[in-house]
Design a protein around this ligand. Structure first.
Ligand code: ADP
Length: 152
């Protein structure tokens, strides 16, 4: 029997956006399980608390049994081995994303030879959404609700 297709969607998700949500929803037909994994780097200060963000993402996907959410503090390539994920899921908005994603996907495959990165091109209406801009708008009390798939 073919083993189930597990994809890991790693990121900072500070915060998780409608652009990220779109990538997950569109990948539902490709994979049996999608693990959204928030990288925890103790040297890097986050804007949104990690446990808070996990609960918000869980609320956004409460109707989707295939979608799991976790945090991690190790190499993404090792997390993929530990979770039996053979695929990394990433979104591409533009050439800047491409340059960066190209390098990390090469490194990840070097570290874990069975691992394939699958890229989905962002939906055009969501391509302008970035976590950093949302943080900035939120900091100055702007309304970020059009950009995130949950209530803050
Ligand atoms: P990282 O810090 O690992 O880049 P992010 O949380 O910023 O994590 O992004 C996770 C993934 O989602 C990356 O592949 C990024 O290119 C992609 N992404 C970010 N914003 C969007 C968007 N608006 N549409 C599609 N993909 C996106």
């Amino acid at each position: 029997m073919e083993s189930s297709k597990v994809a890991l969607f790693p990121g900072s998700f500070d915060p998780f956006t409608k652009g990220h949500e779109d990538i997950v929803l569109r990948s539902l037909s490709l994979f049996d399980e999608i693990i959204i994994a928030i990288g925890h780097n103790s040297n890097k200060k986050r804007y949104f608390d990690i446990d808070f963000m996990i609960s918000k993402i869980e609320s956004a996907f409460k109707d989707y049994d295939k979608v799991k959410v976790m945090m991690y503090d190790q190499l993404t390539a090792d997390l993929a081995k530990n979770t039996k994920a053979k695929y990394l899921l990433r979104g591409l908005r533009n050439t800047t994303d491409f340059e960066y994603e190209n390098s990390i996907s090469q490194v990840n495959r070097y570290l874990n030879s069975g691992l394939e990165t699958v890229f989905l091109i962002t939906s055009p209406e969501l391509a302008h959404i970035s976590s950093s801009i949302i943080r900035e708008v939120h900091k100055y009390k702007g309304d970020v609700s059009p950009f995130i798939p949950y209530d803050l």
